[in-house]
Design a binder for this molecule. Structure first.
Ligand SMILES: [Zn+2]
Length: 350
């Protein structure tokens, strides 16, 4: 498959064109944008960094915990937990939403990290049955667009909701998210320095709509306990936390994150790889999306990481090729995917 020499976006990607050197139109646009706005972006980032420092100091030592960190077991949230605990010296509570479909590597990483850093950690969520219903319902749909783009946001909003719930209960002033700058795709390049995410009124509104319409949003029937999980009292709302994305203000470097968490022994070598830490549903969606769209649902995000030299393009290009071949031959993560489909009763569909 023909791919851009700078970002590996393939010829199957919507709207793509290549110049005679096989550089794509998105790369050329990006280059122009940086020429024009690069300095402004750096200045905005420096300002956000000052704001972040002030925000952290203003909220230090006021409650039992200074902040809640969403810990997925991946490299970014692990590094964020390390940073807030060891460098900023905050009293943090870590939290993970167990969907029942986490990868074994992610779980190993979480146990090892909280143990090494000596931080308190809680598991909380609406329960495995909820996730089974949610995944099975959405995987049964067969839209022309990417399943990752449809299902991931629903799952993420449950994680945010649960985080808010814990923070309201324990009166923790803010929740820190390890989202990388490329993970907020809808922001495009316009406001990469948005520190607070999502803005509080917006989150407040989405939570209110949850309270009244969770079944409409998820499109699945909820049991009594699940419905109770998605409600909260007006008393709790008074302690609605802020949400921050520190990596939109601080330097974001995958190489630094990986080397730090490996050096500090928070994660065993090999267990930092996103293919191993991503959830098992993601493997199913990766395969499904690639077969349907003929490009990876993460091609855009990875394209930006290659352009910014965050990842070694030669190493990853070989890996991409291998994975594409494995998907086409049906060998890609076969054992994991088969077991997920069986648990969700979807085997006949895939
Ligand atoms: Zn490109």
């Amino acid at each position: 498959m023909k791919k851009c020499t700078r970002c590996l976006l393939p010829e199957t990607f919507p709207g793509i064109e290549y110049d005679p050197d096989n550089v794509c139109n998105y790369c050329l646009k990006w280059e122009k944008y940086l020429d024009r706005k690069g300095n402004d972006l750096e200045k905005a980032r420096a300002r956000s960094q000052v704001r972040l420092g002030r925000f952290i100091e203003n909220n230090r030592g006021k409650q039992e915990y200074d902040c809640l960190v969403c810990l997925s077991g991946g490299k970014d949230s692990t590094y964020l937990l390390y940073l807030l605990k060891e460098e900023y010296k905050l009293n943090v509570l870590a939290y993970t939403c167990d969907t029942g479909f986490m990868s074994p590597a992610a779980k190993r990483n979480i146990r090892r990290t909280v143990d090494k850093l000596g931080v308190d950690h809680v598991w909380k969520g609406p329960g495995e049955e909820f996730y089974k219903k949610l995944y099975a319902h959405w995987l049964r749909q067969n839209p022309d667009s990417s399943m990752v783009r449809i299902l991931c946001p629903k799952c993420i909003i449950v994680t945010f909701f649960t985080a808010a719930k814990i923070a309201m209960e324990k009166q923790i002033p803010y929740v820190a998210l390890g989202l990388s700058p490329v993970q907020t795709r809808f922001l495009k390049y316009k406001t990469p320095n948005l520190l607070f995410f999502p803005q509080r009124p917006l989150f407040f509104l989405s939570m209110l709509s949850f309270k009244w319409f969770p079944e409409k949003y998820f499109r699945i029937p909820l049991g009594q306990e699940e419905r109770e999980f998605f409600t909260f009292s007006w008393e709790q709302i008074k302690h609605m936390p802020r949400f921050i994305r520190p990596f939109s203000a601080l330097e974001y470097s995958i190489k630094k994150h990986n080397s730090t968490i490996l050096d500090k022994g928070l994660i065993s070598p090999g267990d930092e790889h996103p293919l191993h830490t991503n959830c098992l549903i993601n493997l199913v969606m990766l395969k499904r999306d690639f077969l349907k769209l003929r490009y990876s649902p993460y091609a855009w995000e990875f394209g930006r990481l290659y352009r910014e030299n965050q990842l070694d393009i030669e190493e990853w290009s070989l890996l991409e090729e291998r994975l594409e071949k494995e998907i086409d031959s049906g060998l890609f993560a076969k054992e994991e995917i088969d077991s997920v489909l069986e648990r969700l009763d979807l085997t006949p569909l895939f």
